[in-house]
Design a protein around this ligand. Structure first.
Ligand SMILES: [Zn+2]
Length: 549
């Protein structure tokens, strides 16, 4: 079930803690860091990890201890060759692109023994698959000519990234400590002796508190150091684009880290073959619910007193309640509607109706009811005007359009003279938006926690499509991008319960208004009780889930 309890906590206008510390600029609330206009960010997975890929591979191939020795030795050689202004750790692959040809020749002449072997097998492997690798000139011609590399080589590269995607993993931390050491070795770091001594703690990372503290300091220092130094994205961009050419996207089921989770009471149904049995039972309860709900609706209406001299208020209120009854009956009897985002879209419609209903009952005067009707008729009139524009064109459906116009004008005229009917191209309600109506009706949390979040499902905002329509590509060589997801969506009862509870609250609200009696919907109670028996642990009755009144 959706987390209704958390929505049921609206207090009497305490000072809001939501987005505390943010600065309002126009319609946006900016977090503190975003108020610095020149702030630049650096990504681990899309940027730094690709720069450190050679260190990761070196470590995988030769072991961490040898990797440290090799990397520092290479860094030392580079720093004996380049001029003072370009001395650095030489831990980023892109650093090597800046070496001049003469410098490259001198460096190559100084590389031998274990370092030569390491660079050939590690930098050579990357160069075989990525010919524009900035360190390619460090590989011996002989190795490039003679070495045969199969697809298992690409798997090595994938694995080097996959195992370090999490920046706080042990392998990723080893890589970062190594880069940090190289920078210090080149004399480009000023750190206190405590951090320098603590670097050895990487061997016990992440088990001890001290090692985790050291790791956090190293990550922060690298962000500042390399984020400031590195400007070019030539290598990471080339790596990602070339990866797409040489290695296909990977779908998989390991994407739970990224997927939105919709916990649901149906998840608990075991075995899974029993799901349809449960669905069929709930479907039967839905039929019974409709019968009971319609009966009690009529009984309540029979008890209501209608002022026929001024029936507008009653017409609108009962119409809005009937709309939600119709929608909830559609939902409970159609398992095809128990899936996202359809379920959320319908519930959002019902919540909008509930907010309007609550506002009209609690705050509306005769003019507000009249305006509500005339807004709807005005929209109909506007549509007719557009149809008239089409009807003068030479079209095959001209006759049908003219008939449609006549029918609609007749329907409008039965209620208002069209020549006296204004067309409001705003949102109706004199420009009062639904949030204000919810606030004035004392159900602001209904808007904040119900209507607004579900608007994403209606409009297809990113937070909905990334959860429902996309899935992350699992190919480690592809950085982070998304693939279309066309999964068979599981049946979820969360929004079905929300729909039933929404109707229940509307029914109680209208009953109180029309009959001055607090009447709970027996249809809803019975329905939820039946479901409670099926699951043996009920969907809780969300007493006034969004309402404070
Ligand atoms: Zn991909």
């Amino acid at each position: 079930m959706s987390d209704k309890k958390s929505r049921n906590t609206q207090s009497k206008k305490p000072k809001s803690e939501v987005l505390k510390g943010h600065k309002k600029v126009g319609t946006k609330y900016l977090p503190p860091f975003m108020t610095y206009p020149k702030l630049e960010t650096i990504s681990w997975g899309q940027d730094m990890l690709l720069e450190f890929l050679w260190l990761a591979l070196l470590s995988d191939q030769r072991g961490y201890r040898v990797a440290v020795q090799n990397a520092i030795k290479l860094s030392d050689i580079m720093n004996t060759v380049v001029e003072e202004s370009r001395k650095r750790g030489f831990n980023l692959a892109s650093d090597f692109d800046e070496a001049l040809q003469g410098e490259r020749d001198e460096v190559m002449s100084k590389i031998d023994g274990g370092l030569r072997k390491s660079l050939d097998s590690c930098v050579g492997l990357i160069t075989k698959f990525y010919p524009e690798f900035p360190m390619k000139w460090l590989v011996s011609e002989k190795w490039m000519k003679e070495a045969s590399v199969g697809l298992d080589g690409l798997e090595q590269i994938k694995n080097a990234i996959r195992t370090r995607r999490d920046r706080t993993s042990k392998l990723a931390m080893e890589c970062q400590v190594l880069a940090f050491v190289m920078e210090g070795n080149a004399g480009k770091l000023t750190v206190n002796s405590e951090i320098a001594r603590d670097l050895n703690l990487v061997s016990e990372y992440p088990e001890s508190d001290e090692s985790r503290k050291m790791a956090a300091q190293v990550r922060a220092a690298l962000n500042a150091l390399l984020g400031h130094r590195k400007k070019s994205r030539t290598w990471p961009n080339y790596f990602l684009r070339h990866s797409f050419e040489i290695s296909p996207c990977e779908y998989g089921s390991e994407s739970k880290d990224f997927e939105k989770s919709y916990p649901d009471v149906m998840d608990a149904v075991e075995p899974k073959e029993a799901v349809m049995t449960v669905v069929n039972k709930i479907f039967e309860f839905g039929e019974q619910f409709e019968n009971m709900a319609q009966m009690e609706f009529k009984n309540m209406w029979n008890d209501a007193r209608v002022d026929l001299a001024n029936p507008t208020r009653h017409d609108v209120i009962i119409g809005l309640l009937a709309r939600n009854l119709q929608l909830v009956c559609d939902v409970v009897q159609n398992p095809g509607l128990w899936i996202m985002p359809i379920s959320a879209i319908i519930v959002r419609c019902m919540i909008e109706t509930q907010i309007r209903l609550a506002w009209l009952i609690k705050c509306g005067n005769d003019t507000d009811f009249k305006d509500y009707i005339e807004y709807g008729l005005g929209q109909e009139k506007l549509y007719v005007e557009h149809l008239k524009r089409l009807s003068v064109e030479d079209r095959l459906d001209k006759k049908q359009i003219i008939e449609d116009i006549e029918g609609r004008e007749k329907w409008i005229s039965a209620q208002r003279s069209t020549f006296l009917l204004a067309v409001d191209i705003g949102g109706g309600n004199k420009g009062k938006d639904l949030r204000v109506m919810a606030d004035e009706a004392g159900i602001l949390d209904m808007h904040r926690l119900g209507y607004s979040p579900l608007s994403s499902a209606v409009h297809g905002h990113w937070n909905t499509i990334a959860g429902l329509n996309l899935t992350p590509c699992l190919n480690p060589l592809h950085g982070r991008h998304w693939l279309p997801a066309l999964p068979k969506r599981p049946i979820s009862l969360s929004f079905l319960f929300d729909a039933v509870n929404c109707y229940s609250e509307c029914f109680e609200l209208v009953s109180l208004s029309f009959t001055c009696k607090e009447i709970e919907s027996k249809a809803v109670q019975s329905y939820l009780e039946q479901i409670r028996e099926v699951f043996n642990s009920p969907p809780e009755r969300n007493e006034g889930s969004y309402s404070t009144t």
